[in-house]
Write a protein that binds this ligand. Structure first.
Ligand code: OAD
Length: 239
C-alpha cells in the first residue's frame, strides 16, 4: 500500500469529492494521449489541428485526425481506473467527475455525475445552426461530413482558442471551490482553464491527490503525488 496516512484519512473522511481526469485515465484502454510519444499524428501537435483556424483552412485534414481518433476509440472498453471512478458516485456523499476527455469511456463505465469540459467526440455540430447530434458512425461515409442544411459539420469538441461550454466550466469552478478532496488523474495539467481547478481546490482547503505516470506542473501543490498507472494506483483508493 502506497497511500500515506493523511491521504487515507482524507479519503475516509471526505464528504464532497471531485475527480479531474485527462487522457492518461484512458491510456490503459488504448486511447492515445495527446502529449506522449504515441499521441502524435502525422507529426502534428494538437495545438496545430484542434483550432478553428485549422478547421477553416482545411476541414478535411482536421476531420481525418478526428476520424483516426474515432476509429481507435470505437472498439475500446473502459479500464479499471474508469470503473473505480464510477464507483466513487456511490461511495462519497457528494461526488463530481470533471473530465477533459472526449472519448465517452467514463460514461461507458457508468459515471453519471460528469462534466465534460472539452465536449464529446461522438457528437457533431452544424457550423451554421450550432445544432448538435450524436454520431457514432465509423468510418464516416465522407470527410468532412455535412449537415442536412448543407453546412459542414464539426466535431462537438472544444478547440484551442475557443471558450469552454459555459455551464460546464462554471459548474467545475463551483465544484472545485466546494470539495474537500480532489483526485487529479492522468492530466499533463498544461491546458487551461482545467489546469487551474486543482489550484482553486487547494486554495479553498481541499486535500489534493494526484495520480500520474510522471510529474506535472501541479505536482508540487499536491498533498499526495502517486506516480504510476491510474488503473493500478486507483485500486488503493478502495479502502
Ligand atoms: P495529455 O496527453 O496532455 O497528458 C496525459 C497525461 O497522462 C500525462 O501527464 C501522462 O504522464 C499521463 N499518463 C499517461 N498514461 C497514464 C496512465 N496509464 N496512468 C496515469 N497517467 C498517465 O492529456 P490531457 O492532460 O488530458 O484538449 O490534455 C489536456 C487537453 O489537451 C485535452 O483535453 C485536449 C488536448 O489538446 C482539447 O482537445 C481541447
Amino acid at each position: 500500500m502506497r497511500l500515506s496516512t493523511p491521504a487515507k484519512d482524507a479519503i475516509l473522511s471526505a464528504k464532497n469529492v471531485v475527480a479531474l481526469t485527462g487522457a492518461g485515465i484512458s491510456a490503459e484502454s488504448g486511447v492515445p494521449t495527446f502529449r506522449g510519444k504515441d499521441g502524435l499524428w502525422r507529426n502534428f501537435r494538437p495545438e496545430e489541428l484542434a483550432t478553428p483556424e485549422a478547421f477553416r483552412n482545411n476541414p478535411k485534414l482536421v476531420w481525418e485526425w478526428y476520424e483516426w481518433r474515432r476509429q481507435i476509440i470505437k472498439p475500446l472498453k473502459p479500464n479499471k481506473g474508469h470503473e473505480i471512478i464510477a464507483r466513487f458516485e456511490n461511495r462519497f456523499h457528494q461526488f463530481m467527475l470533471i473530465t477533459q476527455n472526449v472519448d465517452g469511456l467514463h460514461q461507458k463505465a457508468g459515471s453519471k455525475n460528469i462534466l465534460e469540459l472539452h465536449g464529446n467526440i461522438w457528437r457533431v455540430k452544424c457550423t451554421k445552426e450550432n445544432k448538435t447530434s450524436i454520431n457514432t458512425e465509423v468510418p464516416l461515409p465522407s470527410l468532412p461530413p455535412y449537415c442536412e442544411c448543407g453546412s459542414i459539420l464539426r466535431p462537438d469538441v472544444v478547440w484551442f482558442g475557443e471558450p469552454l461550454p459555459n455551464h460546464a466550466i462554471q459548474a467545475a469552478y463551483d465544484a472545485a471551490g466546494a470539495c474537500d478532496l480532489m483526485i487529479v488523474v492522468g492530466t499533463s495539467a498544461v491546458v487551461q482553464p482545467a489546469a487551474s481547478l486543482p489550484i482553486i481546490a487547494k486554495q479553498q482547503g481541499a486535500f489534493i491527490v494526484e495520480v500520474n505516470a510522471e510529474e506535472t506542473p501541479i505536482s508540487h501543490i499536491a498533498d499526495e503525488f502517486l506516480i504510476g498507472k491510474a488503473g493500478v494506483i486507483l485500486k488503493e483508493f478502495e479502502i
